[in-house]
Design a protein around this ligand. Structure first.
Ligand SMILES: NC(=O)c1ccc[n+]([C@@H]2O[C@H](COP(=O)([O-])OP(=O)(O)OC[C@H]3O[C@@H](n4cnc5c(N)ncnc54)[C@H](O)[C@@H]3O)[C@@H](O)[C@H]2O)c1
Length: 253
């Protein structure tokens, strides 16, 4: 089950954290993975690690806010074969309430977390329609299901990712294209470590961040990658428009 043999997958933000874990999981499942990131060093590191394990991976430098490069990157994949799977994982965070969040913060978060996903989906959809098949997995968040204190800009963008996912899933359901999203709670990645650095007492911050999950701990990136692998696999053929929560129970209460 959950094999991706002979499939090509492009993953954004795969130079770190959850994206890197997804690239590893997909490559191990048999896919040729296109690791993309605006961070060339991180992206190449992921590719090297995957190749060392004997799997197929390529790197493309890609900032998801740059529409032309989004199109170019998908053209590169299409030249080698079908674009079977697109994972829109790249994202950035922000801590702040209405008093501390600026308009610029709002614009930046929107550009990366929402417009970036839109750019990639818009660039991929003509190919997927032509192929009559395609599979899109977007990385939303617990912050796309419930409000989170001090994260208004971030939550705004992740609620938008959920909306984009559900609407496009309906638009393309009859044309062979599935669109789903994953809503992780806190996951131990460099993203979370950056948020911890903003706390006066990072150890207290770590305990606080762990305690928001009823299971009492943060998830590991591989646990989110497992959810992505399921959604990307043929076994999830009847799953579209869904938000798969991987949040240790956070959204349950
Ligand atoms: N870590 C968590 O607790 C958590 C929880 C819920 C959702 N998420 C979401 O998961 C995704 C990945 O998070 P992570 O924790 O692995 O973060 P991370 O910071 O470890 O990795 C994010 C990657 O995205 C890349 N990136 C950022 N902006 C980009 C852009 N404009 N174009 C291309 N690449 C860009 C970064 O260079 C980095 O390699 C994000 O969308 C995040 O919102 C994370």
């Amino acid at each position: 089950m959950f094999k991706l043999d002979n499939k090509q997958a492009l993953i954004t933000g795969a130079g770190s954290g959850i994206g890197a874990a997804i690239a590893h999981a997909f490559a191990e499942a048999g896919a040729t993975v296109w690791v993309t990131d605006r961070d060339e060093i991180g992206g190449n590191k992921t590719v090297e690690e995957i190749r060392k394990k004997g799997h197929q991976a390529h790197f493309l430098l890609l900032d998801v806010t740059d529409e032309a490069t989004c199109i170019q990157s998908l053209n590169s994949v299409r030249e080698e074969g079908p674009i079977n799977i697109l994972v829109n994982n790249a994202g950035i965070g922000h801590v702040g309430d209405l008093e501390t969040t600026t308009g610029d913060n709002m614009d930046r978060l929107y550009q990366v977390n929402v417009k970036g996903v839109f750019n990639m989906m818009k660039a991929a959809i003509p190919f997927m329609l032509e192929q009559k098949t395609g599979n899109i997995v977007n990385m939303a968040s617990i912050g796309g299901i419930v409000g989170v204190k001090n994260r208004l800009a971030y939550c705004m963008t992740k609620f938008a990712v959920v909306g984009l996912t559900k609407s496009t899933a309906l638009d393309y359901a009859k044309r062979g294209i599935r669109v789903n999203c994953i809503c992780p709670g806190r996951v131990e990645t460099p993203f979370v470590k950056a948020r911890l650095a903003e706390y006066d007492d990072p150890e207290k911050g770590y305990r606080e961040m762990s305690s928001t999950q009823p299971i009492g701990r943060m998830a590991q990136p591989a646990e989110i990658a497992a959810a992505a692998l399921y959604l990307a696999s043929d076994e999830a053929g009847s799953v579209t428009g869904s938000c798969l929560s991987v949040d240790g129970g956070w959204s349950a209460g």
